[in-house]
Design a protein around this ligand. Sequence first.
Ligand code: HEM
Length: 267
Amino acid sequence: MTDPDTNPAVTYGGYLKLDELLSLQQPRSEGPEHDEMLFIVIHQVYELWFKELLHEFTRVSQLLTDDDTHRAQHTLKRILTILKVMVAQLDILETMTPLEFLSFRERLQAASGFQSDQFRQIEFVLGRKTDAAVARFPAGSRARTALEQRYAEPTVWDAFLHYLSREGYVVPPAMLDRDVTKPVEPSDAIQRILIDVYRRDTKNAELCERLVDLDEGVQEWRYRHVKMVERTIGAKSGTGGSAGAAYLRTTIGQNFFPDLWAIRTQL
Ligand code: HEM
């Protein structure tokens, strides 16, 4: 029998650390302004989804490395479902009018989603890595350590190319041994392989389609985020110091997996 003094029963609040969790929403505005609570909660919720996405991306790469196609697809389906929820949640923030946001905006000072290290980690895992994104965080911090690790790790695309090679496709050695810290460049050789996959190999063509869904899903979030930014702050610059919506528009339409998009014209 377990001793209730030394080994208390698990409770809902204890397991989820609710006391800590519910103490973490701390508005900075006087009053405080009513809408700041929504602003904090939604950003915290996004950071939790980012955490879960990163957890699942690590799993997808591992499952591809294990040649477990079925479960890799299953995990990608979960990732896509989370992304849909993340896009839908922007509707909630869009109930906040420009004036409601302005009621506390100056309290944010230079803080911005631009500084989300988990968002950068997601970009890194999917192949968009920059030294600048790592250097933005102090040496030894949680964010910097996590980004340094993701920077050095193979991307989901690398795991996929190795998987294709083990499936019998002749992936050029230069692609398999590529420097994983560099951006994924379009490759004619990979495109020829992918066309072959789409024409002859239903199982792996399905896997490719889930990767396209993923690429499109992140872009859908970016598009909805920039529209929300436009309707909330117009053409004003961002708290993070960028040109605001004008900067964000430059990030739309950049594909993580360019080869998967290129082959559509040739199919
Ligand atoms: C009223 C709501 C929001 C406004 C007005 C807003 C505005 C902006 C602006 C202007 C930028 C460009 C960087 C800068 O200069 O600050 C930005 C970047 C960003 N925001 Fe938001 N944002 C809002 C809500 C959110 C939410 C809820 C998230 C979820 C985490 C988020 C995540 C991000 C991310 C990840 C970036 C960096 C994008 C990139 O560099 O590709 N934002 N935001």
